[in-house]
Design a binder for this molecule. Structure first.
Ligand SMILES: O=c1ccn([C@@H]2O[C@H](COP(=O)(O)OP(=O)(O)O[C@H]3O[C@H](CO)[C@@H](O)[C@H](O)[C@H]3O)[C@@H](O)[C@H]2O)c(=O)[nH]1
Length: 510
């Protein structure tokens, strides 16, 4: 597909779990089409994206540039403390304010799109906006283009999230288990799978109002993009299409190119031969140190533990987890963030863990604690990794499965519990340890599940086999050359062709 001086504008929500796949999609569009791609966001997040892109270009072949535009956004105008332009540092009680504040980007986005029209003499080919930015549809239409709503989740998780917020079926349920519109009758969701915001929602509270408004507006878009593939979520995509009544292009998994184009998988991972570019955030440990530590471990023996870019567990849950890990004697890497209720930027404190824990696991060479941020993809792609204890954020799920690594789920927020449900019930690549912050998990339960998955010739082997099959399907879906172009690459080509032909016909496409 040749360059045709077209321009696409992308609007991610201000959270790492959204910025990362948006950037991957921007790169994919740029590589595949040569179009100009602009990502617009608040100043902090633009700086983050800029440093991610700069750090990638040092060892990879140079990539065509993506334009980054800063939109004015003042946290104090919205009653938010300093340094909260990204969800990572927000305490739970301010998350609602943060979401509400995001609607203030509407006018700056309108200004940006109008400037593009004035400068280029035509509107951008399309806007691709986060599902939380439902207002972007009207803004796109007002300058004569279309909006595509992009869910950075998978198809199953997105459908559950959309339907739960729009219908609040738990309100009408007469038991803890209930049906969610859009899913077959036999699929039951449990009240404990809903985050407290959703559990408390009654349609009049501020969360319901935000979610119902933004999701409904998003569903008026020209189409819907989903970070998944036809191969790994065929049924969920069918259900999603039927439910939202919009064309859905599945253009994932959106991962750095080397992750899926790298050397063939062996065992649980592709080994450290893959160079994966991340950053923008400083790891709490150097990648070299992590890989050196992993090199000392046996293949498929290490448990990697992380709860993503913004979630953390409670102090008592951390203590039980630590005891369970120590008792299991299995090697592990654990990304430690301040427990719930502590300052999100607090320095690591030994009191968060049982007395002498770090010294003991260091002296036995059993574990490695990483403060705040780990080079996750590099870790997951190392051959010593046997499983990932994860909150089931969708990027973590895709990254884990792309490396054939099975999952121990501990969903905490957003659509994570629905992802976890699918990983267990549909894909057979995960066991759920527990869910939520209310869970009174004990160290014995931690040890039991870790043993179940990590013992050789145990359940983990079966899950690993399934995860490896999924990783192969992912590779197939992003194949860019040869006779069999992958389904996700075709989906992106198809979308671009539709947008271009509408424009050439000079038909109004909104
Ligand atoms: O120490 C860390 C922690 C995270 N990451 C990266 O950060 C991203 C985290 O994304 P994800 O696993 O999806 O978790 P969240 O940051 O929690 O993502 C939010 O966005 C996702 C996509 O919409 C949703 O699925 C989640 O529920 C929502 O919490 C991944 O790419 C990780 O590789 C690191 O590199 N190092």
């Amino acid at each position: 597909m040749g360059s045709d001086s077209q321009h696409i504008v992308m609007l991610p929500f201000m959270a790492h779990g959204h910025l990362i796949p948006f950037l991957a999609l921007a790169r994919q569009i740029r590589r595949r089409t040569g179009f100009t791609v602009t990502i617009a966001n608040t100043p902090f997040n633009i700086q983050h994206l800029r440093s991610t892109m700069n750090s990638s270009s040092s060892s990879s072949p140079p990539e065509p540039s993506i334009c980054l535009v800063e939109l004015p956004f003042s946290v104090s105008d919205h009653g938010l403390p300093a340094n909260t332009e990204n969800s990572e540092n927000l305490p739970l009680d301010l998350i609602g304010k943060f979401f509400a504040a995001s609607t203030s980007l509407r006018n700056p986005v309108h200004g940006l799109l109008s400037d593009i029209v004035a400068k280029e003499g035509k509107p951008p080919l399309c806007v691709i906006s986060d599902i939380f930015f439902g207002w972007a549809d009207e803004v796109a239409k007002s300058v004569g283009t279309v909006n595509l709503s992009f869910s950075t989740g998978g198809a199953y998780g997105s459908l559950a999230y959309i339907s739960l917020w729009l219908n609040l079926p738990q309100r009408k349920a007469d038991s803890d288990e209930f049906h969610v519109p859009g899913f077959p009758d036999s699929y039951r969701f449990h009240i404990t799978q809903l985050h407290q915001f959703l559990r408390n929602a009654d349609g009049t509270d501020s969360w319901s109002k935000f979610m119902q408004t933004q999701i409904s507006l998003s569903l008026q878009s020209f189409g819907f993009l989903c970070n998944t593939t036809e191969e790994i979520e065929p049924l969920a995509l069918e259900l999603l299409r039927k439910y939202i009544k919009l064309p859905v292009w599945s253009i994932g998994p959106l991962l750095p190119p080397d992750v899926l184009n790298g050397s063939s998988l062996s065992g649980s991972g592709s080994g450290s031969s893959i160079t994966i570019q991340r950053a923008g955030k400083k790891p709490g440990i150097s990648t070299e140190r992590c890989l050196e530590w992993l090199d000392l471990q046996s293949p498929v023996s290490v448990l990697y533990i992380s709860f993503g870019s913004q979630n953390c567990i409670t102090l008592s849950q951390m203590i039980e987890m630590a005891i369970g890990l120590e008792e299991s004697t299995k090697p592990f890497i654990w990304v430690i963030r301040p427990p719930v209720g502590f300052d999100r930027k607090a320095e690591f404190k030994a009191q968060w863990l049982p007395e002498g824990f770090e010294e003991r696991i260091n002296s036995r060479k059993q574990g490695l604690l990483v403060r705040n941020w780990a080079p996750q993809l590099e870790i997951l792609s190392h051959k010593s990794i046997g499983a990932f204890l994860s909150h089931c954020g969708w990027n973590s799920v895709l990254e884990s499965l792309s490396q054939g690594v099975p999952i121990i789920g501990w969903p905490l927020a957003a659509e994570q519990a629905y992802n976890s449900k699918m990983l267990v019930e549909e894909m057979g690549v995960s066991v759920e340890l527990t869910r939520g912050l209310q869970s009174t998990i004990t160290w014995k339960e931690v040890k039991e599940v870790v043993d179940l998955v990590m013992e050789p010739k145990g359940k983990g082997d079966h899950m690993r086999k399934k995860a490896l099959e999924i990783s192969m399907l992912m590779r197939k879906s992003v194949k860019e050359e040869g006779e069999e172009i992958g389904s996700s690459v075709k989906a992106l080509d198809d979308l671009v062709n539709i947008l271009l032909s509408k424009r050439q016909e000079n038909k109004p496409i909104a």
